[in-house]
Design a protein around this ligand. Structure first.
Ligand code: FPP
Length: 268
């Protein structure tokens, strides 16, 4: 950890780290445009941000990190040259990064409609996740060709198929747990914190079910400039929030945000 990271890390409460952080990596194109470079240069630079974020998350003891690398919409709506570049970049990342993932005891998995990706990419993905399958530290999930609505559609199909195998549709049981158990993220705790880079205030079809109670942290930093220190700053902000899951605060009323309370206290 460098000096800046250590400074923020020392301000964190290690007993209340988020159990699962999800990140919408955004701003690669803008990063490149500001430098008069092609969009793909932003994606290439984004890999260094992935590396730093993953390593820092694992080192500080975050149990699960999910990165939105590639949405179903990206795949369908971007020029083929950009999509092909992203696929090659992903394969390169998977090849090169296995060693570091193993050194940091990180297990890799994927969510999304994997079967729609090119077969060569699927093979690379399987190799990388197999190579890390014995690790028991942080679980790194890459969302690839992912869409939350498709995930929910797939969950309902899977629920119906499971019911058909077990006595027919009359036996279908639909409740929150059953739906969660059929999502791609089954077994993962819901994210406590979702981070979005580049200032956009959208969820962009990412983990819509799982983010129901997540704290949202939006930073202006463009993804290629994001590093471990920005991740720790996001965690610091998360630790200032008061989570109520729809209930009331300890005094029986909705508490004011902590930042506001601090201002009021300072004025007294
Ligand atoms: C969003 O920026 C970013 C993406 C669609 C791709 C994310 C890919 C990486 C960070 C690199 C490869 C990933 C891995 C896991 C190795 P944008 O292009 O939408 O940016 P813009 O909104 O500024 O145009």
């Amino acid at each position: 950890m460098d000096r800046k990271e250590t400074d923020v890390y020392l301000r964190l409460d290690s007993a209340s780290l988020p159990r699962h952080i999800a990140i919408i990596m955004d701003g690669n194109g803008r990063w490149a445009r500001r430098r008069h470079m092609p969009r793909v240069a932003g994606h290439r630079a984004g890999v260094a941000a992935v590396r730093s974020t993953v390593e820092t998350a694992a080192r500080v003891g975050i149990p699960a990190l999910t990165l939105y690398a590639f949405s179903e919409e990206n795949w369908k709506k971007r020029p083929k040259t950009e999509v092909d570049f992203l696929m090659r970049l992903l394969c390169h990342y998977l090849k090169v990064e296995i060693k570091t993932l193993n050194q940091n005891n990180i297990r890799l998995q994927y969510i999304g409609r994997k079967h729609e990706l090119p077969e060569s990419v699927q093979r690379e993905m399987a190799e990388a996740s197999d190579a890390t399958s014995n690790n028991n530290g942080m679980l790194l999930t890459l969302a690839l060709n992912y869409s939350a609505r498709s995930e929910i559609v797939d969950a309902f199909r899977s629920l119906a198929e499971a019911a058909a195998r077990n006595g027919g549709l009359d036996h279908i049981e639909v409740n929150e747990q059953a739906i969660s158990d059929h999502l791609y993220t089954r077994g993962l705790p819901d994210p406590d914190l979702v981070i979005r880079t580049s200032g956009e205030m959208r969820l962009s079809n990412f983990l819509l079910w799982q983010l129901a109670y997540a704290e949202i942290y939006v930073t202006q930093t463009l993804w290629p400039d994001f590093r471990g220190v920005q991740l720790l700053e996001g965690i610091e902000e998360y630790q200032k929030r008061e989570r109520r899951y729809g209930g009331l605060g300890p005094n029986g009323h909705a508490p004011q945000p902590k930042s506001h309370r601090l201002q009021v206290e300072a004025k007294r």
